[in-house]
Each structure stands twice: as C-alpha cells, then as structure tokens.
Design a protein around this ligand. Structure first.
Ligand SMILES: Nc1ncnc2c1ncn2[C@@H]1O[C@H](COP(=O)(O)OP(=O)(O)OP(=O)(O)O)[C@@H](O)[C@H]1O
Ligand SMILES: [Mg+2]
Length: 184
C-alpha cells in the first residue's frame, strides 16, 4: 500500500518514463499560507488523446497486459479527493502530458511527503538518458535540481555510478529539509 505522497508521485513519474519522455519536470509546492501541497509532473512523452485522458483516472484504463487494471493515476486521483485537493490531467498526442495533483496540507488524512530524494534517484536509475528538473518550493524558498547540470559537472562519469546516485538522493533530501526548516 502506498503510504506517502512521494510513492504516489513515483507512479506518475514512471508513467512519464514509460511514455518515452526525454525531459520531465517535477514540481512540488509546499504552501503553509495556502494550506496546500501541489505536485505537478510534466513530460514531453507520447501524450494521450482526449478520449484517453478522460478514461485515465478510471482503474480500467491501462497499458498493462499482465493485469487488467492500471492503478497509478486512479489511486492518486482518489487520494486528492479524500484529502480536499484537486486533480487534473492535460495531454496532447505527440507533445506530452501534465499531471497536477494537490492535497490540503493540514488535513488529518493527508499522508506525509515521504522521501523525494529516493524517488528522484529511482527515476534517474530507470533511464539515465532522461533529464529531470525538480523544483521544490515553500512560501519563501525554492530549490531547483537539474540533471543536465549534474551531468555536465560529472564530465563523462556516469550518473548511474552508485556513489553519485546516493549523493543525489542525500543532496535532494538535505536541500528539501533545509528549506522546510527555514520555513519554521
Ligand atoms: N505521462 C503519460 N503519458 C502518456 N500516457 C500516459 C501517461 N500517464 C498515463 N498514461 C496512460 O494512462 C494509462 C494508465 O496509467 P496508470 O498509471 O493508471 O496505469 P498503468 O501505468 O497502465 O499501470 P500501473 O501504473 O498500475 O503499472 C497508462 O497505461 C498509459 O496508457
Ligand atoms: Mg502507471
């Protein structure tokens, strides 16, 4: 069972990876003022028709052949409904997809954020060719992580080196926590 927001978002990120995206933008907006956590995943993958988009949040639409139900999107949509949030999918065939999900931050059933560094590490590990921009924002602070810049710095060393992947995970979590603490 998925217990935190990061695990739900990983499903959405994995959908972008499976849709052959080359670039994925992942934004988390953690706002105390608006009492809202908003998450968006934007990709330049194969996209969906409006018919597919309409069906996407029903558990019976899936690209899987091993089982009949795809649950990633339906689960996240259900969670946003349970947690006084919003859910939106925008997509265009050949252009890409954007999934927007939000939850009420102070709501009692809203799960914890979870390990953002971990899911970013897992995505990078899934396909090193894909580039990610990750934005984490609070009301007063912002952290941006860009794999293109990291790859440039690595100067030929693979981003899949275990020590690099672990550094990325720790670095992302460190920066996210620093910003959160700063918020008070
Ligand atoms: N970013 C995306 N780009 C293109 N198509 C997508 C995207 N996200 C979802 N889809 C389409 O919507 C379907 C449903 O996605 P969902 O994550 O709910 O199920 P799944 O990926 O098929 O299975 P599961 O996530 O349970 O492994 C996918 O099979 C895919 O066809
Ligand atoms: Mg999926």
């Amino acid at each position: 069972m998925m217990e935190d927001l990061a695990m739900h978002i990983l499903e959405i990120l994995m959908n972008s990876i499976h849709a052959c995206a080359k670039n994925i933008k992942f934004i988390v907006q953690d706002s105390t003022i608006n009492d809202k956590i908003s998450m968006s995943v934007e990709d330049d993958g194969k996209g969906m028709s409006s018919e597919q988009v309409q069906k996407i949040s029903s558990p019976f639409m899936t690209g899987r052949s091993t089982r009949k139900v795809g649950l990633g999107v339906a689960f996240l949509k259900g969670l946003t409904e349970q947690c006084n949030g919003d859910f939106l999918v925008e997509s265009e065939v050949g252009k890409g997809t954007r999934v927007l999900a939000s939850v009420q931050k102070s709501f009692i059933d809203t799960p914890p954020m979870g390990n953002l560094g971990e899911i970013i590490m897992e995505c990078i590990q899934a396909n090193e060719e894909i580039d990610y921009i990750f934005h984490y924002m609070t009301d007063t602070n912002e952290f941006v992580f860009n794999t293109k810049e990291i790859k440039k710095e690595l100067d030929g060393v693979s981003i899949l080196e275990p020590s690099i992947l672990l550094w990325i995970k720790d670095y992302v979590n460190q920066q996210v926590n620093m910003i959160k603490e700063d918020e008070g």
